[in-house]
Design a protein around this ligand. Structure first.
Ligand code: ADP
Ligand code: TZD
Ligand code: MG
Length: 576
């Protein structure tokens, strides 16, 4: 039996205890992380509940991959790590694709997964959902950490946050074994153990000599071109970038997710003259864009015969010379670099020769004029251009809406047709061209920004995350999904020459994806003409109700692999 004094002491001690659950939540809140994307289950079910009770917004998904894609794009939109929370082995693996995607795209994200008991995992004794998750995650992300003791939770999160957002941003894995959550410790010591990360992404100032070298090269150009990548969009240095581009007078080309950083209709935008500027430019300045496959590695046919000099602005020193020689590397964060350029540019900086700028302008006007009539056709069944013509006008009228986009033809044609007007409004498949980012991105975009979302999806692309329409309905998010439904991958017309199974690229003909949304209380519309499509999307955007529009597209309208058919190997032995 305890005496009264001991009882009081015990009760007092109880009040002053904290545990792993509370410390994880406190560590997140202390660092301003107010949203978690995930799927509940052992051992993190209570963590989600308690986080929600503490005021953190916890969005429960139907599959971890979609929660992970949501966290990844939340990182891109906010410059804070997006957090995805999963259970052990299978849940962790489902989230891991998104973590690798975040790392590849330089988005800050933290995958937090519960895990089984170390002692059992390490002896491979067959624990519930046993897996050495830390080892599996390591090669696929920027950094990976495990916390074994409650008193290290603060440091664990501090390391994870810093690793995600500093330097080149990326994905971080944080392993939290089940036992950690119920570990108790003195509450005051617990609070003291937490770390509020100060200046998590410190400015990285470029060397003045590098700035001068870059400006000298730019000044020497007869046909300069500035390429803006999603790193420039991420940097949130929108005003400075706009001022710099305008002061330089050079044509600029936005990469897919940098569209809108300066409006696509800006007089210097060379988006509609892409092949001309890549071929003919003599100096190319990359700002937050890599010379990877998306830019044909900076060489070959796309880049033409004329010799080129490259200037590259990037926070990652190792990115320089990755594919071709960089004549003027500028290593630093984009906000600092661009301000340094502006400061160092003389007041009388000469615009590039008008011969160049008017040639680009002319090409652009020609291409825009060539496309215009195709966008106005009212055919039924629709082709891509007919459908995208009306969607283009809708984005023009609602420039603050966020456009999510995936598919093959559905991606490439949307990117080409729909002009963007504001920064970070276009979210898509990123560096890997991954199908499945759609619904996760749409959910996070809506949650993080409060803006309406228009998701333009190929029917195949949509299928990778389609179940999340229930999530969209459950949280009543203002998301309008348009499925450009051509009955399949690239085309709905393939036939299997050898048997009764359908061809590998086709789906059920005439499928009604709109019914999926109706099943969960959202609005479903089947649209067979551009006029019907326009009406349905405007209604959805006005009402903010979760809506899915099945836009019936001619199954023969698309082309194999969209715009990247050249990357698709073909058998030379294939029967004709
Ligand atoms: P895109 O696909 O649009 O061409 P990439 O993803 O290939 O863009 O390139 C983005 C680049 O931006 C990466 O090399 C990354 O290191 C860089 N980056 C990201 N954030 C910053 C930043 N704040 N400052 C400088 N560079 C950045
Ligand atoms: N799996 C994943 C994760 N990513 C991929 N990119 C692919 C498979 C291969 N793939 C593409 O590159 S596009 C695409 C697949 C399956 C779907 C294209 O069909 P769609 O678009 O219906 O989405 P269109 O309009 O029919 O071309
Ligand atoms: Mg399709």
């Amino acid at each position: 039996m305890l005496n009264t004094a001991q009882k009081t002491e015990a009760a007092g001690a109880e009040q002053e205890l904290t545990d792993g659950f509370h410390l994880v939540i406190d560590a997140l809140k202390l660092n301003g992380i107010d949203t978690i994307y995930g799927v509940p289950g052992i051992p993190i079910t209570d963590l989600g509940r308690m986080a929600q009770a503490s005021g953190i917004r916890v969005l429960s998904f139907r599959h971890e991959q979609n929660a992970g894609y949501a966290a990844a794009i939340a990182g891109f939109l906010t410059k804070k790590p997006g957090v995805c929370l999963t259970v052990s082995a299978p849940g962790f693996l489902n989230g891991l694709t998104a973590l690798a995607h975040a790392t590849t795209n330089c988005f800050p994200m933290i995958l937090v997964s519960g895990s089984s008991e170390r002692e059992i995992v390490d002896l491979q004794q067959g624990d519930y959902e046993e897996m050495d998750q830390l080892a599996v995650a390591k090669p696929l992300c920027k950094a990976a950490f495990r916390v074994l003791h409650a008193q290290d939770i603060g440091i664990g999160f501090a390391r994870a946050i810093r690793a995600a957002v500093s330097g080149r941003p990326g994905g971080v894995y944080l392993d939290l074994p089940a036992k950690l959550f119920s570990q108790v410790m003195n509450a005051e010591a617990g609070q003291k153990s937490l770390v509020k990360v100060i200046d998590p992404a410190p400015a990285q100032l470029p060397a003045p000599a590098a700035i001068k070298r870059a400006l000298d090269v730019l000044k020497s150009a007869k046909r300069p071109l500035i390429i803006l990548g999603k790193g420039a969009a991420y940097a949130q240095a929108d005003e400075a970038i706009k001022n710099f581009v305008e002061k330089s007078g050079a044509p600029f080309l936005p990469m897919s997710m940098a569209k809108g950083l300066l409006p696509d209709l800006h007089p210097q935008c060379a988006g509609a003259a892409r092949s001309t500027v890549l071929k003919d430019a003599d100096v190319v300045m990359l700002i937050g864009a890599r010379l990877n496959w998306l830019l044909s590695h900076g060489k070959g046919k796309t880049w033409g015969e004329a010799p080129k000099k490259f200037i590259q602005v990037d926070i990652e020193p190792k990115e320089m010379d990755s594919n071709v020689e960089i004549a003027a590397p500028v290593v630093g964060d984009i906000a600092s670099c661009v301000s340094a350029f502006l400061e160092a540019m003389s007041a009388n900086w000469l615009a590039p020769p008008t011969e160049w700028t008017s040639a680009v302008q002319k090409k652009r006007e020609e291409n825009v004029a060539k496309m215009a009539p195709r966008l106005m056709n009212n055919n039924s069944p629709m082709d891509y251009h007919g459908a995208l013509g009306v969607l283009r006008t809708i984005i023009k009228e609602r420039p603050d809406a966020i456009l999510v986009n995936e598919g093959a033809n559905a991606l490439d044609l949307t990117r080409g047709v729909i002009d963007m007007y504001q920064p970070r409004k276009r979210l898509d498949v990123g560096t890997w061209g991954v199908m499945g980012i759609g619904m996760g991105s749409a959910i996070a975009a809506s949650v993080e920004t409060g803006k309406p979302v228009l998701a333009i999806e190929g029917d195949s692309a949509f299928g990778f995350s389609g179940m999340e329409v229930e999530t969209i309905c459950r949280y009543k998010l203002p998301v309008c999904v348009v499925i450009l439904n051509n009955d399949g991958i690239y085309r709905g017309t393939d036939l299997n020459s050898a048997g009764s199974d359908p061809a590998t690229t086709v789906f059920v003909k005439g499928a009604r994806y709109d019914k999926m949304m109706e099943a969960f209380g959202g609005v479903g519309v089947n649209a067979t003409t551009p006029d019907e499509l326009k009406r349905a999307v405007n209604e959805a955007m006005d009402s903010g109700k979760p809506t899915l529009i099945n836009a019936v597209i001619d199954p023969a309208a698309g082309s194999e692999s969209g715009r990247i058919g050249n990357l698709n190997p073909q058998s030379v032995l294939k029967k004709k």
